[in-house]
Design a protein. Structure first.
Length: 482
């Protein structure tokens, strides 16, 4: 796919990592024209963000890639500690829980980041989109009507631009938006994808080697023959060359350099935590690492980033296609920046050994109770809470009912007459009383959070009006649309 000298689109997404690809998929299924550009000649090749938390698995399922993520991944392995070439015992780094009706995913899922990107790109192409590679942003200007982006391959005019171009974001720098943060650990780190010959190291555990030079881990990557190497350097600087990676493994483990048959990718970094002072500057919005940079210890970076995209996609869709008040986009920063700040703190504490990887890392408890888009409460839930999964009438699961780009007006255990809506925007569904909800009316947002809750549907019209949604009429008692 190539750019002409001038192109117009509704949304320009700069960066084709997990954030940009997830947003592009969400926009494509809404029918929002979007262009994704990536300055590299190919998608990122490394395993870096390999852990997918339970909440992100729910998001990916809604985007239509849940089966692929399940097929190409596996549950996080239990750790095995080593010392002087001898196994010392197992150590589980994660909280694990059995699936429940309300929470169908109980533990983190391991998928190499490059595979997650491949899965999202395949989904984007199914939806009619694609990525333009080898295309860098060189400058941008904006006015009250849109953004003009100057690219290495031409010029693009867009209604909105989303920066998903990573921690060194060119877009953020062009906007002069500061990043406020700290060094999490002065020790540099190396991460690499390697292949190891024969039975020298099994693939049944996440292997952990502790020594005076710093800790080293080798984690089997599911669906591949690779291990991800992560190594801390208390002294000196990482050598990311294939020879340097082999020498490091030989020095810190019982493996020899010759048993490392291939170094497929390597990089170094210094763990830091940083948060953009703003997530929106006019018609430009920051998402993913362009807005927040995490230590990898908590497994929160990729997950927080994909959920940025999930929060933003439906709001752009309503503004661009359905006449929602553009002020709706202010709620993106209002909702996501506090979440990113919370996850940055969590990642930092885990990195420093001040907190274990517990329930908070799953991100199932995050919500938006303080948002302008959260109104009312009913039954067991407060608006802004995550909408739980569970059994639904007709042999469905609630997540089956919610799946797609629409809102869902869910009537749980009540016989109240329900308004009818344009089925493209709002589906209605009745189900029997269920403990996770109690009884009441719940308007579930397209990103799976309760937007409005109450007992009287009369409160819906004023809530939906700024979103460009108007009830058509009052549906006869007992009639539900899907």
């Amino acid at each position: 796919m190539e750019l002409n000298s001038v192109k117009e689109t509704r949304v320009l997404i700069v960066g084709a990592g997990p954030t940009g690809l997830a947003l592009a998929c969400d926009l494509a299924r809404r029918g929002v024209p979007a262009l994704v550009v990536e300055q590299a000649p190919a998608l990122f090749p490394g395993s870096r963000g390999k852990g997918i938390q339970p909440r992100t698995r729910e998001v990916l399922d809604d985007l239509g890639v849940g089966d692929a993520v399940r097929a190409h991944g596996a549950a996080a392995l239990i750790g095995m500690t080593w010392q002087e070439g001898e196994r010392q015992g197992e150590y589980d780094m994660f909280r694990r829980a059995a699936p429940t009706d309300a929470e169908p995913y109980g533990e983190p899922w391991m998928v190499p980041q490059w595979r997650t990107q491949e899965i999202l790109l395949a989904r984007l192409r199914e939806l009619g989109g694609d990525v333009v590679l080898s295309t860098a942003l060189t400058a941008l200007t904006q006015d009250e009507h849109g953004v003009t982006a100057h690219l290495s391959t031409g010029q693009v005019r867009a209604s909105y631009l989303v920066a998903a171009d990573g921690g060194r974001s060119t877009v953020r720098r062009a906007l002069a938006v500061p990043m406020t943060g700290e060094s999490v650990d002065p020790a540099p780190m190396l991460v690499a994808d390697v292949r190891i010959a024969g039975p020298a190291l099994d693939r049944l555990n996440w292997h952990i080697f502790v020594g005076e030079s710093g800790y080293t881990t080798l984690c089997p990557l599911p669906g591949t023959a690779d291990f991800q190497l992560v190594a801390q350097f208390k002294d000196g600087e990482p050598d990311t060359s294939p020879e340097g990676v082999r020498a490091l493994i030989a020095a810190r483990t019982h493996l020899t350099a010759d048993e490392v048959t291939e170094v497929r990718w390597s990089s170094d970094f210094r763990p830091r935590a940083a948060l953009a002072d703003r997530f929106r500057a006019g018609r430009v919005l920051l998402a993913g690492d362009a807005a927040h940079v995490h230590s990898p210890a908590g497994g929160q970076g990729l997950n927080t980033s994909i959920q940025d995209a999930y929060n933003l996609g439906w709001k752009l869709g309503l503004v661009l296609l359905h006449g929602a008040d553009p002020a709706l986009l202010d709620s993106y920063e209002e909702e996501r920046r506090p979440v990113a700040a919370e996850m940055l703190g969590l990642s930092t504490r885990i990195h420093r050994g001040e907190q274990e990887r517990g329930t908070a890392t799953q991100q199932l408890g995050l919500g938006y109770r303080g948002s302008r888009l959260s109104v009312g409460r009913a039954g067991a839930l407060v608006s802004g809470d995550r909408a739980p999964d569970g059994p639904a009438d007709g042999g469905l699961r609630l997540f089956d009912v919610f799946r797609g780009p629409h809102f869902t007006l869910l009537a749980v255990g009540v016989d109240t007459e329900l308004p009818s809506f344009d089925g493209e925007l709002v589906h209605t569904h009745r189900t029997t009383a269920y403990e996770a909800y109690g009884k009441g009316l719940f308007l579930v947002r397209p990103d799976g959070y309760i937007g409005w809750a109450g007992d009287d549907p009369a409160g819906l019209a004023p809530y939906l009006a700024p979103l460009g949604i108007t009830p058509l009429d009052i549906a006869p008692l007992g009639i539900a649309q899907r």
